[in-house]
Design a binder for this molecule. Structure first.
Ligand code: UD1
Ligand code: CA
Length: 434
């Protein structure tokens, strides 16, 4: 941890190119808001992380406080001082070295940030040579010194042909910001205060400004929904690689959707097409093809193919087969092999859930619990009408509708009409049309 660096993350902009009512930095990549990732990288380096907010400020602050403590939020006066320079006006960094990051750069990593700190220039700024520089600020460089940055909207035709662009990350000395931020003006095409104008002013005063050539993939800004998807593809690939390195087996990994909050322990196998979301924890388990796991704990179990485990389920030592949906239920040592809905249920060791079993947990107004003890054998096509409690060692005959209530141990529960047989019916019925 560096104790001499402050990191400022600019997250006050609207992001109009996203074409969304939601603030740009709150759009999600691998299940978490894109701003989460730059804050995470910053927190690995320093204890002074300052996030500048304005647009949808309360939503931005609330969502980041779910993940982090100790952040400093600063509100930009975006009405009177719009732009990335306006964003810096109220920032009071604790340390002398100040690194500024755009909040729309989720792919940046700690090691890329650290490269800025190794350079002794007054200002170090990120540049990328791009085949298609459109949309970015162009960087005018001579003799390896940056002269100025021209925003695309202010650039002349000849400046637009420059293909070295500003990636939007800068390391400043605090006093450099204190000198030049108050002098910024908004006399430009967008009537905004540009942080990038600090460069030319500092250069004219003889400060040296070093360009740092950076990897396009980590510094590419997310400005549109297309950019968002492309960033997610890269982020998810990183997540899968990390977990495979940690010992998880993934079959056809590119087909597996994985979120940042998912954790694995022990020996896990994830088959193709699985979707693992939220804060799920998978321990010594086999998740079979095309299963969906959301915010649940799966331990010593096998799930699927084509199973759906919905939030707040805890599944241990259990076999879940195809077309089984589980919601907010705790299953311990259970077998539910086929075609069932188990919602708001607690089911104990040795119990067998026959095909087509349904917990009727909802009466249209409220949800109710189903509690099933140990060694309960539930025949196929059973409906359990909650609230219901079934003691240990009970057998339920196939096709039974078990009404609400408490059922004691060592019984058979059965509701069946006697079979009727009508002799000769088949022949009589099908001879009608002849
Ligand atoms: C900015 C740079 C441009 C660079 C590009 C790299 C300026 C003037 N331009 O342009 O040179 O090539 O980034 O991606 O800095 N923000 C605020 N307050 C505001 C406006 C923006 O906090 O008033 C934040 C946004 O939330 C965003 C970041 O600053 O995280 C960048 O804003 P954006 O509008 O995307 O800047 P660009 O036009 O891409
Ligand atoms: Ca941008």
């Amino acid at each position: 941890m560096s104790n001499s660096l402050s990191i400022v993350i600019l997250a006050a902009g609207k992001g109009s190119r996203m074409k969304s009512l939601k603030a740009k930095v709150l759009h999600k990549i691998c299940g978490r808001e894109m701003l989460y990732y730059s804050i995470k990288a910053a927190k690995e380096i320093t204890d002074d992380v300052i996030v500048v907010v304005a647009h949808q400020k309360d939503a931005v602050i609330t969502s980041m406080e779910k993940y982090f403590t100790g952040l400093t939020f600063v509100t930009q006066d975006a009405e009177n001082f719009p732009g990335t320079g306006g964003a810096m006006m109220e920032v009071k960094p604790r340390y002398d070295d100040v690194l500024v990051l755009n909040g729309d750069m989720p792919l940046i990593t700690r090691s890329s940030i650290e490269k800025f700190l190794a350079n002794p220039a007054d200002i170090v700024m990120s540049v990328i040579p791009l085949d298609n520089p459109s949309g970015y600020g162009r960087v005018v460089i001579e003799n390896n010194q940056v002269l100025r940055i021209v925003e695309e909207k202010d650039a002349s035709e000849s400046e637009k042909t420059i293909n070295t662009v500003n990636a939007g990350v800068y390391a400043f000395k605090h006093h450099v910001l204190q000198t030049y931020i108050p002098r910024l003006s908004n006399a430009n095409a967008q009537k905004e205060y540009y942080l990038t104008d600090v460069i030319e002013m500092a250069r004219n005063d003889g400060l040296n400004i070093a360009p740092l050539y950076v990897e396009e993939v980590e510094f590419k800004g997310v400005n549109s929904k297309n950019d968002l998807t492309n960033a997610e593809i890269i982020m998810m690939e990183r997540l899968r690689r990390t977990w495979m390195d940690a010992g998880v087996i993934m079959q056809l990994p590119e087909s597996i959707y994985l979120e940042e909050g998912v954790q694995f322990e022990g020996e896990c196998v994830i088959e193709n097409g699985a979707r693992l979301c939220g804060n799920s924890l998978i321990v010594n388990s086999h998740i079979k093809a095309h299963s969906v796991i959301e915010d649940s704990v799966i331990r010593d179990s096998d799930i699927g193919p084509l199973a759906h485990i919905r939030p707040l389920s805890i599944i241990e030592g259990t076999h879940i087969g195809n077309f089984v949906e589980v919601k907010k239920s705790t299953l311990t040592g259970v077998k539910a092999g086929h075609l069932s809905y188990l919602g708001d249920a607690t089911i104990d060791t040795g119990s067998n859930i026959g095909a087509g079993t349904i917990t009727c947990n909802y009466d249209g107004l409220k949800k109710y619990q189903t509690i099933i003890g140990k060694n309960v054998f539930i025949g196929s096509d059973t409906q359990l009408i909650a609230p219901i409690e079934i003691a240990d060692n009970v057998m339920i005959a196939a096709g039974t509708t078990v009404t609400s209530g408490k059922y004691e141990s060592d019984i058979l529960i059965l509701s069946r009409h006697p079979i009727k047989k009508i002799a000769g019916f088949f022949t009589k019925f099908f001879s009608k049309g002849k």
